[in-house]
Design a protein around this ligand. Sequence first.
Ligand SMILES: Cc1cc2nc3c(=O)[nH]c(=O)nc-3n(C[C@H](O)[C@H](O)[C@H](O)COP(=O)(O)OP(=O)(O)OC[C@H]3O[C@@H](n4cnc5c(N)ncnc54)[C@H](O)[C@@H]3O)c2cc1C
Ligand SMILES: O=C(O)[C@@H]1CCCC=N1
Length: 388
Amino acid sequence: MSAEGEYDCIVIGAGVQGSFTAYQLAKKNQKTLLLEQFLLPHSRGSSHGQTRIIRRAYDQDFYTHMMEECYELWAQLEREAGVKLYRQTGLLVMGPENSESYQQFKVTLQRNKTPMVVLTHDNFSQHIPNVNLAPGDGAFVDISAGVLFADRALRTVQGQFQKLGGVIRDNETVTNIKPGPVVTVSTSAGVYRAKSLVITAGPWTNKLLAHTGLQLPLEVVKINVCYWKEKVLGSYNVKRRFPCFLLTEGEEAKEHIYGLPSNEYPGLVKICYHMGSETDPDQRDKQTDRSDIEILGRYVTRCLPGLVPEPAVVESCMYTLTPDRHFVLDCHPAYINIVIGAGFSGHGFKFGPVIGKLLCELSLGEMPSNDLSPFRIRRFHAKTKSAL
Ligand SMILES: Cc1cc2nc3c(=O)[nH]c(=O)nc-3n(C[C@H](O)[C@H](O)[C@H](O)COP(=O)(O)OP(=O)(O)OC[C@H]3O[C@@H](n4cnc5c(N)ncnc54)[C@H](O)[C@@H]3O)c2cc1C
Ligand SMILES: O=C(O)[C@@H]1CCCC=N1
């Protein structure tokens, strides 16, 4: 398509997944429009903030496998744009030695021959000062893990997309989608048409899918992003090689607790609980539940004695959860030229480059270069409401 307002592909949502998808499409010479409801950059979705963890440590082989290509693609983007997006810190994984969850993380890394170091109770404090390893807990380090500079990454990929001729229209909300061989997308400012449409709208996915008669079993939760003050400045700092960490489960927590070394705010360590309370993405400031902060406070008191056990800064972000916590990467069941990337369940940032590539392949009708069976919509069966 070449007339004004007509595109090969329209991508809705300029978070990490939409931005990488648009970039991949532009790389393949597709005339692409990326639509975003807020003025960019913004902090009202799931992709904002300075940092995210990147890791190979997973409890499922398919994620560890996908990470091989992700690391390559992140490095490729760094070279292409001449910016630093990743800093290696390692990821300390801890959890009850005999629990299924901890063992799955450990065994997946071992099976995939991922560089790792197993720590013992005897040598733990020598390698990781200022952390108490609970009795009965095991620990290992995923060596190649580290920090992604999230806001910078988003700016970079959007910039590269524009350099390739891609068009970003921000401050423009999609208000209607009319499916068909040519999809018509109406926004608060205009009407656009394209051969294919990619929906990467994060927490707003079901609001947009309603225009296409589909609802997915997605739950949106608000995450309190907590920063904890070092009692001695620098003791958990990235420059002192303090690693990212992940507690698979613990005395006070059924879900993961994870943290990143102090870096973006001097003297403050980011530590979050991997669960929150349900919210409407347009009303998230009304969700004031702080039970996750109480869990974190108890954990900090017990295991991180060098931190003040009350958060100094609390920001917010959202997860869009699927029932099995695996992503949705698929074509719409009724419209093959509408592609959906959603449900990243609080762990999708690191996969952005590969997800962009896969959603681009789906929208071009190409055979996806990875096995998408864990990510298909049909796995939800009865939970997928369709009015079609
Ligand atoms: C606190 C927190 C910590 C995390 N930590 C990690 C981590 O360490 N490692 C990791 O890999 N992942 C992590 N994640 C997960 C990761 O950040 C998300 O999976 C990812 O950002 C999801 O991106 P997205 O593009 O799907 O959604 P979003 O970033 O929400 O993007 C969707 C976009 O669509 C736009 N939009 C929606 N509706 C419309 C409309 N009608 N019209 C126009 N635009 C629209 C929105 O405004 C938004 O910009 C974390 C997430 C949070 C919240
Ligand atoms: O994806 C990540 O690495 C983080 C940490 C673990 C839980 C979710 N997000």
